[in-house]
Write a protein that binds this ligand. Structure first.
Ligand SMILES: CC(C)(COP(=O)(O)OP(=O)(O)OC[C@H]1O[C@@H](n2cnc3c(N)ncnc32)[C@H](O)[C@@H]1OP(=O)(O)O)[C@@H](O)C(=O)NCCC(=O)NCCS
Length: 188
């Protein structure tokens, strides 16, 4: 089950100086920090065990972002090896979570750039699923050309609080055009 903890949608409310963000693959030593970010963001969906499995799986990528001296966010990919109704097999973005005090400073953009660079080395398509009410997440992913491919109450194992989720798709060719929200790589 997907959990809430969405940011407040505030279009055009950026404008805070971008943080200097460093993104790197996660190790098991990062698991307590990831769980702490989830707890502070109100998104306690992952367990230490599920994170450890994702970190050790060469078919998935778990990344953490460091900014202002500490861990500011994390994210992962998931590979589905089978389709589920409208949701195909393939590489899915997931889990992106940024500490509330570090938001709107390019952390999720850096985490998503890193994961998409990794996916484009393996596939021409990238997917993610999102609650229809999570407008900040939908706005975040727009710069890579993600658009709605389907909507349903469940995709694979994710059920959506409130009942409707979107399956979003981006293609490598479109995502590698200059970013829609600004110059390429502009995230600090
Ligand atoms: C969604 C989330 C990951 C964004 O993280 P972030 O580090 O603040 O995102 P960025 O600073 O990289 O934002 C990049 C762009 O995304 C859009 N965006 C991000 N947050 C937004 C918000 N609250 N309202 C409107 N647009 C938003 C904006 O276009 C923003 O550019 P701008 O700041 O120049 O306007 C963060 O709010 C979060 O952790 N939310 C809770 C977890 C969650 O919902 N994850 C997604 C699950 S699918």
């Amino acid at each position: 089950m997907e959990t809430r903890g969405f940011a407040t949608f505030a279009p055009g409310d950026g404008g805070v100086a971008p943080l200097g963000v460093t993104v790197r693959p996660a190790t098991d030593l990062d698991i307590p920090g990831i769980l702490d970010i989830n707890a502070r963001a109100g998104r306690p969906a992952n367990t230490a065990g599920s994170l450890a499995l994702a970190i050790e799986d060469p078919g998935r990528l778990v990344v953490v972002a460091n900014a202002s001296g500490g861990m500011a966010g994390w994210a992962k990919t998931h590979y589905w090896d089978h389709p589920d109704a409208a949701a195909p097999s393939g590489h899915y973005l997931g889990g992106v979570t940024v500490l509330p005090e570090d938001r709107r400073r390019g952390v999720a953009t850096a985490l998503t750039d890193a994961r998409l660079d990794w996916i484009w080395q393996r596939s021409d398509a990238a997917w993610y699923v999102v609650n229809v009410d999570n407008l900040p997440s939908i706005a975040l992913h727009r710069r890579w050309g993600f658009s709605e491919a389907a909507r349903a109450p469940q995709f694979h194992t994710t059920q959506f609080t409130g009942g409707v989720g979107l399956l979003m798709k981006a293609e490598r060719a479109a995502a590698c055009l200059p970013h829609r929200n600004g110059p390429e790589g502009e995230h600090g």
